[in-house]
Every structure is written in structure tokens, then in C-alpha cells.
Design a binder for this molecule. Structure first.
Ligand SMILES: CC(=O)SCCNC(=O)CCNC(=O)[C@H](O)C(C)(C)COP(=O)(O)OP(=O)(O)OC[C@H]1O[C@@H](n2cnc3c(N)ncnc32)[C@H](O)[C@@H]1OP(=O)(O)O
Length: 210
């Protein structure tokens, strides 16, 4: 298996570190802004404008989009999927993942994560360092669960949600699509789509563009 990592920032460094820790082959990184030919010991293959050439050169390579921003990750995933790109996962070997958990393509799972039984994780999701996702949780595509988030059982995180670092979420709560939860929040009731909520208990402070 070989990989192309899309993105050349801090999150990409961690994804590359995971792939290297698993002795996976990385043929290069793609980045739309990079000015250098090499980054983090890898060839910079180019940006979206070079995609056809890159796909011709590495037809077997799986893409991992290593960009923390959910909307950007989604846009790039759609662009790559349209041109026939296939996606891989980066899952750190220290993650404890129950055998019946489902994890979608393109999703990354960082060191020390725990994902418990019957959880379902969508595509291009980030489960960041030391987050815990308990039994029967459902995390939809393009969500980002930041480091140290603790999610109780049967929580439902809809698409493109960003849960800030260190947040706690009580059982059975639903967080609506595209909502952002601030660092250190505790979420004790459902939150709608496109909200920004902070604090303990988490309260909505503003709405985001749909
Ligand atoms: C490995 C990694 O790095 S993964 C990345 C992890 N990243 C995160 O966890 C980031 C989480 N982001 C946050 O917490 C941000 O503060 C956000 C998204 C909630 C809000 O950001 P912005 O929209 O820029 O809001 P802004 O900074 O203007 O704050 C608005 C108000 O909310 C308050 N506020 C912002 N964040 C929080 C928070 N986490 N908890 C409590 N209050 C907060 C501010 O103090 C401010 O209050 P005021 O109006 O009384 O002055």
C-alpha cells in the first residue's frame, strides 16, 4: 500500500508520523500553497492543478487528506473522488478500537484514542489524540473530534461538526451538522445545525453560515 498525504501543516505532520510508525510507504505530499520541492522529508508533488499527472504517476496510491479544517477537507475529498481518487486511513497502533467499530475511508485516528463497541465513524473524520468515543456513538463524515474529548455512549455527531479540545458530552446527545463546540465545553443537551456553542453547560453564542 502506498499513500499520498494531502496537506503540509501541523495536522499533516501527525498523520505522516502515524503512517511512518506503521512502516507505510508515502510517495509524497500534495499542497496547494507549498513553495518547496521537499517537506518533512517527503517530495512535494504539487497542488490540485497537478492532480492528473500525480494520479498517472502513482495510480495505486491512496489519498489521506490531512487538513484540520472540515470544509476544506470536504472540498478536497469531493475533488479527489471526482477524479477517481481512492482513500486510505491512518490509525495509530496505540488506539484501542473495539472489533465491531466501523470506520469510513479517509478517517484518521490519533495516538491513545479509545473507540468502544458499536460506534460508527464516517469518512474523512479526525479522531484526535486521546479522545474517547464510547459505545453506540455515531460520528458522521468530515467531523473533527479534538484531542481529549470524552464522548459518552450513544452520542450522535452530525457531518462537519468540530468538537473543541477537552470537551465532555453526556449520553445520547445529538450535535447538529456544521456546529462548532468551543474548547473545554460540556454538552448536556442537543445542539442544532450551524451553531457555535461554548462553556459548561454549553450555550450557543452565535450561528455559522449554512
Ligand atoms: C491538535 C489540535 O490543535 S486540534 C485543534 C483543536 N482546536 C480547538 O479545540 C479550537 C476550539 N475553538 C474555540 O474554543 C474557539 O474559541 C471558538 C471556535 C469556540 C470560538 O472562536 P471565535 O468564533 O473566534 O470566537 P471569539 O474568540 O470571538 O469568542 C467569542 C466569545 O466566546 C468566548 N469563548 C470563545 N471560546 C470559548 C471557549 N472555548 N469557552 C468559553 N468561552 C469561549 C470568548 O471569550 C468571547 O466572549 P466575549 O464575547 O464575552 O468576549
Amino acid at each position: 500500500m502506498s499513500y499520498i498525504v494531502y496537506g503540509a501543516g501541523g495536522h499533516a505532520k501527525v498523520v505522516i508520523d502515524i503512517l511512518r510508525s506503521r512502516s507505510e510507504k508515502i510517495v509524497g505530499v500534495m499542497d496547494d500553497q507549498a513553495q518547496t520541492k521537499e517537506w518533512n522529508g517527503l517530495s512535494v508533488l504539487g497542488g490540485a492543478d497537478r492532480l492528473p499527472d500525480i494520479q498517472n504517476q502513482f495510480p495505486e496510491a491512496l489519498f489521506i487528506i490531512a487538513i484540520g479544517d472540515n470544509e476544506t477537507r470536504k472540498k478536497i475529498a469531493c475533488m479527489l473522488a471526482k477524479s477517481g481518487g481512492r482513500f486510505g486511513n491512518a490509525i495509530h497502533s496505540s488506539a484501542v478500537i473495539s472489533s465491531n467499530v466501523t470506520i469510513g475511508e479517509g478517517t484518521v485516528v490519533m495516538p491513545m484514542v479509545v473507540i468502544n463497541t458499536d460506534a460508527v465513524i464516517g469518512e474523512h473524520v479526525i479522531i484526535n489524540t486521546s479522545a474517547t468515543v464510547d459505545h453506540d456513538c455515531h460520528i458522521s463524515d468530515y467531523a473533527h473530534i479534538s484531542p481529549g474529548v470524552n464522548m459518552a455512549g450513544s452520542v450522535n455527531i452530525e457531518a462537519s461538526v468540530h468538537i473543541g479540545i477537552g470537551t465532555a458530552i453526556v449520553p445520547g446527545v445529538r450535535v447538529g451538522r456544521n456546529t462548532v463546540i468551543g474548547a473545554g465545553a460540556c454538552v448536556i443537551c442537543d445542539l442544532p445545525n450551524h451553531a457555535v456553542a461554548v462553556g459548561c453547560p454549553a450555550k450557543i453564542i452565535k450561528l455559522r453560515k449554512g
